[in-house]
Design a protein around this ligand. Sequence first.
Ligand code: DGY
Length: 336
Amino acid sequence: MAETKAAKVYVTRELPSAALDPLAEAATVRVWPEELPPPPEVLLAEAADADALLTLLTDRIDAAIMAAAPRLRVISNMAVGYDNIDVQEASRRGILVTNTPGILTKTTADFAFALLLAAARRVVEADRYTRQGRWKTWGPQILLGQDVYEATLGVVGLGGVGLEVAKRGRGFGMRVLYCDSTRRPKEERRYGLACVKLDQLLAESDFVSLHTPLTPETHHLIGERELALMKPTAVLVNTARGAIVDQRDLWRFLKDGRIAAAAIDVSEQEPIAPDDPLLGLDNIIITPHIASASVATRLGMARMAVDNLLTALRGQVPPQCVNREAIPRWRRALPR
Ligand code: DGY
């Protein structure tokens, strides 16, 4: 691996040593040591002489950073989503962008289902109720929620995580609808899923779980019109990206009881502002973007991000390259 040792790599957060050590053996590595992301000016300065960046979804890698980084050949994002990176600009410059798909699929689906169950059965509210000393007796009418078993689940986006959520729903005896730009007949047959249009899914589902990437097409995919199609008893779950939902509309619908509840692991602004009106509602659960946060999965993501980066530094195309159109330009820039 001697050929990569001269390469300079900037890593935007501390990662487990089991992932970072192999990187440090192979390249010259600088790591941002703090808990909060490096400020844009630090990122710009560090990228200036870097051959590779290992980034997180909290790091905005835009055209200005790439323009200031003439040696940059690969941006390895430790996430399946890569909406924090200007991929078009990277491709134009022959910079490979990689992500970490697959490894977090089941962990994220488990969490989406945990949120679904918790919102349906008001688990977080019930915990608060108990801690506040409000539990006086067994009450036939207190904290009534929605049944999950045999209800209808609508999965928006049948990628890896969406499919795993659908399978969990089938395990609960649910009727599962999905919508996606690509129809999946094999999965429909194998798992008993029905492909419908988004409007039908919203109108018929008791639980709607979002699993699309954030793109210009999916920005505010769920807003006033879509929320109005949902049942007043319905629960919305979002573990994908905050901006897929118009958060102001969601707040209005939850406040007015026009949908029963929501559970979101992501928000339009992250972290959510302390004065965001959503935080004042009881019928929403808000978690800090932790759907992939299991010990094993986060280590796996870090290792995959390091592997992707080292593969590119060795002059090979990493399998998780998301901008294959960049490859010809990237190859031309390789040292001969
Ligand atoms: C991702 O990978 O895109 C998730 O949002 C964080 O694990």
